[in-house]
Design a protein around this ligand. Structure first.
Ligand code: NDP
Ligand code: GUE
Length: 305
């Protein structure tokens, strides 16, 4: 079987267009402009690229975009003060604090200081609890993007065997929760899983969120399965030559070995151009949803779980 490529870039453009229509409606009918604030602590170059592209797309759909950059040695009190200010700002409907934070900051404390209603990452304990009990919540962007692609491809995933590799709070666990809420039979695998190959071979749906370049080989994939590759790994690519500054060029690869997996899968997401763009689209979708909820307005359909 040669897999159908699930085009996250194209899908995310459709989602962003829908978000844009809702933004226009909110402005024209209600005089409200949804606002998203991104807080970045430190100067991790990878984070900077990501924050820049989020800011650009936020403006493209007509929303207000605010960036708060803080020094790597910012104190917890100073960061909490910035979040408090954004919590109280009526023009801001979504707040995202870019992770990971520098080591001296308590990530749980910071995340839980964001107002749950503005927590567009869906990482606050209240949102985690609401999702876990099947109540209305803010849903983490990366898993939400994966779910949208799975629903679009399969119609329904009810009764399918899904394996999530990875159990982080930001991807693996909420992904498993969403799959369960859609009535898949869910297995969560991790670094202590015995015989990962056998576990993955049973899966109709494989979601890889590990952070290890190309670790899932094609011969683990059941013929016809759907493979969602969350991994974003930057590797040196000397075959591409040198950058202007003389350092070697790089390339992005996922957590699955694309060629061999595509040879067996029924459908697969590429890296880049798969889950990554969907994550940003879902962030914008969550901001519109948060804005509607904050103003007591009907929220858009099809943009959340
Ligand atoms: N496309 C996107 O929008 C996003 C992409 N990402 C990418 O997704 C990947 C995962 O991110 P994240 O969840 O934050 O990563 P974490 O490092 O927080 O979690 C990785 C998980 O993988 C498990 N793991 C590690 N090694 C193995 C192994 N050999 N076999 C099985 N499981 C293993 C770990 O298990 P254990 O718990 O036992 O240690 C852990 O649960 C990264 O590449 C990241 O860059 C992340 C966020 C968004
Ligand atoms: N609070 C918080 N929320 C996050 O959602 C969050 C975070 N912190 N920290 C970092 C990770 C990573 N992440 C990505 C999102 C989009 C792409 C993306 O758009 N990738 C493009 C390629 C971009 C490139 O070329 O570098 C693609 O896959 O096609 C990648 C990675 C969100 N994260």
């Amino acid at each position: 079987m040669t897999a159908q490529i699930i085009d996250g870039k194209e899908f995310s453009a459709r989602v962003r267009a829908q978000v844009g229509e809702h933004v226009t409606r909110l402005k024209n009918d209600h005089g409200i402009t949804p606002g998203l604030a991104v807080v970045l602590v430190g100067e991790d170059p990878a984070s900077q690229v990501y924050v820049r592209s989020k800011g650009k797309m936020t403006v493209e759909v007509g929303m207000k975009s605010v960036e708060r950059r803080m020094d790597a040695d910012t104190s917890e009190a100073d960061l909490l003060a910035v979040i408090e200010e954004l919590n109280n700002d009526p023009e801001i409907h979504g707040i995202l604090c870019q992770l990971p934070l520098p080591d001296h900051l308590n990530e749980d404390l910071i995340i839980n200081s964001i107002s749950p209603a503005k927590d567009v990452d869906g990482f606050h304990i209240s949102n985690v609890g609401l999702l876990g009990t099947g109540q209305k919540s803010m849903v983490p962007c990366t898993p939400l993007g994966c779910l949208m692609m799975l629903r679009d491809h399969h119609g329904s995933i009810s009764g399918m065997d899904a394996v999530v590799i990875g159990r982080s709070n930001i991807v693996g666990k909420p992904m498993a929760q969403l799959l369960l809420n859609d009535s898949a039979t869910v297995t969560i695998a991790h670094s202590r899983t015995k015989d990962l190959a056998e576990v993955v071979r049973r899966a109709d749906i494989v979601v890889a969120a590990v952070g290890r370049p190309e670790m899932v080989p094609g011969d683990w994939i059941k013929e016809g399965a759907t493979v969602i590759d969350v991994g974003i790994n930057r590797l040196d690519a000397p075959e591409k030559g040198l950058k202007e500054d003389g350092t070697v060029k790089t390339k992005l690869v996922g957590d699955v070995h694309f060629e061999s997996c595509a040879a067996r899968a029924g459908a697969i997401t590429p890296v880049p151009g798969g889950v990554g763009p969907m994550t940003i689209a879902c962030l914008l979708a969550n901001t519109v949803t948060a804005c509607c909820r904050a103003n007591g307005l009907a929220e858009p359909e099809g943009l959340t779980a």
